[in-house]
Write a protein that binds this ligand. Sequence first.
Ligand code: ZN
Length: 339
Amino acid sequence: MNKKKLYRCVKSFFVAGIFLFSGIGAWAQQKPVLGTIIIDPGHGGIDPGASGQFSTEAAVALSISLKLGQALATELPDSKLIFTRTTDELPGGLNSIHQALRYRADMANQAKGDLFIAIHCNANGYKAGGWYAKRVVGHKNRTVYVGKGSKRRKKTIREPIYESYWQKNNEHGTETYIWAADRTGFKGSAINSTGGNTTDSTGGEVVEDSTNVLDLNSPEALIRSQLYEKKYFGKSMLLATMVEDEFEKGGRLSRGVKQRNEKGIWVLQATGMPSILVETGFITQTEEEEYINSDKGQEEIVASIVNAIKRYKSSLEGGAAPAQQTTTPAPTEQVESSK
Ligand SMILES: [Zn+2]
């Protein structure tokens, strides 16, 4: 073998090696990071969730979830999509909210999902739309007579003048929840502790648990919670942050990423995978109820969530998370007019 031949031989060996290694690389990348995505429309059936003036949370969540599924099928064709429900029934056709919650989590776990995304809408516990209230706008004097017989005399009293006014229920915006396994362990500025009165969980979420299925203090629940923190908290947080970022870019008011550890979002820690719960808007605000029921609104909500999932996916794949997306919806008039 002359030098030239030896050189060729070595060269082809290296070329073959490069092909082999890139082949192994491709093989290693074959398992997609978002192989299976679980889409969970909140509530359903006997559990309508929160109510607006003309719609229910269960119906809005289902409609947005179905549109989200359609968009993801196009944008992430390699991901398998699983819905916990596609009709207006509780998952599994069940008649118990708790059993249905359990069912949602079991379904996600049995499918070995890579991501669980629950779609809900918010309520603030006050009358949807608004209510009439009274306020004092001035005072007037009024003469009254007090006492009897010879002791009867005039007296002037000062009375408030009331005016009735419309108190608009104006709380609005989006929130994305992740499970708060350990509140003390995280000090990020993106995290807000949850406020007291704006809770979807009081607007139709789980309230009683006679079966203790959802007991958050049970040893099983504590183990699950720790596991979630160790394995899934970071990814859940990353995606939740991206979802809220995309909402904001789309012109919505983002109320931020919130952590909770209560029964309203029990399902998040019961799924052995990164999981988020998206509150797509307040069904109790007139404009936002119209928006989350409209095709335009639902399409914009879906576009924001899809953009976030795509950024999340490329970040997991090690690529740069693109900051700009062409499908980002235009700012909505609805939010701007209701500051
Ligand atoms: Zn809900």
